[in-house]
Each structure stands twice: as C-alpha cells, then as structure tokens.
Design a binder for this molecule. Structure first.
Ligand code: SAH
Length: 255
C-alpha cells in the first residue's frame, strides 16, 4: 500500500505575512514576496503556499492571480495554531555584522523566544535592531517552520538589564572563567542565557552579574568559545534539557 503522501506537501513555499490571516479571505502580496512567488518560484493560479502571521498559526493558501508585481491568494485551510515556544531568552552582546546575522538565524531555528542584545563595556557594536537582522530572523522562521516569530528586543545596557531582571526568570550566565555545568542548571520554566562579547565581561561586570539573585554562572567546557558558538551551544543544551526537543516527532513528515 503506497504511503499516503503527507498533506500539505512539506515542500510548499512558506511565507510570513505581518497582517492577521483568516479563513475564506484573500490576500494581496506585493514587492519581494510577490517577486519570490511569481518570478523566482514561477508559481501561478492554482498553486499552493503556506502562510503564517505570528498570531493565528499557519494557513494553506491558493494563488488566484500571479502578476509580476502582485500575487493574490485565497486563504483556504487552517493547518495548525501558533505553537507555544519554550520560554527562553537569549541575551548577547552585539557582534560584528556577519556573526550577529548567523547568531540570530541559528537562535531562531533552535527555538529561542526572545533575542535581547545587551551592551557591555567591551561591546564593539551598538546599532543592532535593523531591517536586515529582522529579515534574517523571518527567513529562518519561514525555513524552520516556526509559526511564532522570536521577538527581537531593543538593545539594553547590562546594568539596566540586571536592575530590571524578572525575579522568577533564571539567568544562566555563560562565564568562561568557570561555572556549574549547564545541564545541572537547566530546568523547565522562564530562563535567559547571557553571553558576553568577543572581549568578554570585565571583572566588575562579572561580579555584578554573579551578585544577581537570579544568576547562575555556567561553564561551557574548558575551551574559550567564540560568542556565537557559546550562544548556540548553550541554547541547544537548554532546549534538549528543558525546552521542546523531547517532544513527539512532528506530525507532518517530509515528502
Ligand atoms: N574573555 C574571553 C573571550 C570571551 S568569549 C577571552 O578573550 O579570552 C565570549 C563569550 O562567550 C564569553 O563572554 C562567555 O559568555 C562565552 N563563553 C566562551 N567560552 C565559554 C566557556 N568555556 N564557558 C562559558 N562561557 C563561555
């Protein structure tokens, strides 16, 4: 008996749309998204697309008209609700352009709920939140099939972050000078992982972080990792121990 193909095919193009989606409505896409569907993917009337809006979940849509600059779709079926995202924040000192793009993309794929740039004494970059970074985040969410976008917060100073830190949220502080194994500290519940800049934290900063009641210093082994390596290693460990990596396999299987 041939296996029934998964429906909808996992290979359908998948796009984030900022406006809320609803059943039996039509949507007009213009600009890059229209160009991608009509000219890059060369889709036309009758072809299907998956859409998600970071609110109502994921929908199946059918192209009713595909022009060079505008594609009109009708929303046909609600596929799944917006998924719950593990309550993990990633706090990182802004990195140089290429590295921060990679960090934001990978943190999105790994399931982080909130990305929070933290300006420290040795931070080399301070302008963070820009269209380019948001585009990387959206593209990663489209590719990895998230229906909930991470939130990219505005940059904050380290001392302000510590002063306003929510008491119930564990602050896992990646400290290359030593700390407890992350797996010992990772428990389900609100958490944040704090990673320093290339030049590391100053001694005063390290003392201030360690003095915070919610902070737990964690080690990521005996080697000095690049900030983006440390961030992704810590997030992966947390996701496996306290996030959603132990869940049942995904319902829709790839073709
Ligand atoms: N101060 C270091 C560089 C910091 S690495 C030096 O110049 O030698 C950048 C950040 O990655 C650190 O601030 C820390 O948050 C994290 N990190 C790197 N290696 C780590 C390790 N082995 N354990 C815990 N955190 C680490």
């Amino acid at each position: 008996m041939p296996a029934t193909p998964a429906w909808p095919p996992a290979s359908l193009p998948r796009l984030f749309v900022p406006e809320p989606l609803a059943a039996a409505t039509t949507l007009k896409l213009e600009g890059n998204q229209a160009n991608y569907l009509a000219n890059v993917m060369r889709l036309g009337p009758g072809d299907r697309v998956k859409l998600f809006d970071d609110r109502t979940g994921e929908w199946l849509a059918e192209i009713v008209d595909a022009g060079k600059r505008r594609v009109t779709l009708s929303i046909t079926e609600h596929l799944r609700p917006r998924e719950p995202v593990p309550d993990l924040w990633l706090l990182f000192a802004p990195l140089k352009r290429g590295r921060i793009d990679m960090l934001v993309e990978k943190a999105t794929e790994l399931g982080v709920a909130r990305l929070l740039p933290v300006v420290t004494r040795r931070t080399v970059v301070d302008r963070v939140k820009d269209e380019r970074l948001l585009a990387h985040m959206v593209e990663a969410a489209e590719q990895c099939e998230r229906t909930a976008l991470p939130e990219l917060a505005d940059a904050v100073m380290l001392q302000d972050l510590l002063a306003a830190w929510p008491a119930e949220r564990t602050l896992l502080f990646a400290d290359e000078t030593g700390g407890r194994p992350l797996l010992e500290q990772a428990a389900p519940g609100p958490a944040g992982i704090l990673i320093g800049p290339e030049g590391g934290f100053t001694n005063e900063e390290r003392a201030a972080i360690r003095a915070h009641p919610a902070a737990r210093a964690i080690s990521l082994g005996p080697r000095i990792l690049r900030a983006e390596t440390a961030a992704l290693a810590a997030v992966a460990l947390w996701m496996a121990a306290a996030g959603d990596w132990g869940d049942a396999p995904r319902s829709s299987v790839a073709d």
